[in-house]
Design a binder for this molecule. Structure first.
Ligand SMILES: [Fe+2]
Length: 169
């Protein structure tokens, strides 16, 4: 009974995925920002807390880049983003390792690690551009970060949590 309830909720979440992507990333003068809602919650308190921190950081960057900004402020936000991203991915990857996710669901595990790598690479690229004093495409970067994070939380992280919950019973 409990399992089917979870499965139905999960199915509804997936069916609404595109709609939620649209709803989760709200456009404000070209720059998206992430509007947190209950569909982002995985049920794992620590993971949710870290997701909120990442969402806040991306929203701060989105807000900053809309107007004239100090390079120093941008550097601080991007440094925070690198730190939180690294810390958060390590938390999830440690969890997957401890719970043998790679054995439970090898394809999902590999996809998950690849997505983390893709995002980390992008954030480091942005950092590199800033360090080299190059101008950055603020709107394009923010919209990429928003869409990636919302998509990853709503799909990839939810799949991971559902699998870990299911197999821990
Ligand atoms: Fe993840």
């Amino acid at each position: 009974m409990f399992n089917s309830f979870f499965a139905i909720i999960f199915l509804i979440k997936n069916l609404c995925f595109n709609l939620l992507l649209f709803k989760g990333c709200k456009l404000s003068s070209g720059f998206e920002k992430i509007v947190w809602n209950s569909t982002f919650e995985t049920g794992m308190e620590e993971i949710d807390r870290q997701h909120r921190l990442l969402v806040d950081t991306i929203n701060q960057a989105s807000h900053l880049l809309r107007d004239e900004y100090l390079q120093e402020d941008l550097r601080t936000i991007v440094n925070n983003l690198i730190r939180y991203t690294q810390f958060h991915f390590e938390t999830e990857e440690q969890l997957m390792l401890e719970r043998h996710y790679s054995h439970q669901s090898p394809h999902d595990y590999e996809k998950h690690i690849e997505e983390h790598f893709e995002f980390s690479t992008k954030v480091l690229e942005i950092h590199q551009q800033i360090q080299e004093g190059k101008s950055i495409e603020g709107e394009e970067i923010i919209n990429y970060l928003c869409q990636w994070l919302v998509g990853h939380i709503l799909h990839t992280d939810q799949v991971m949590v559902q699998t870990l919950y299911k197999n821990s019973r």
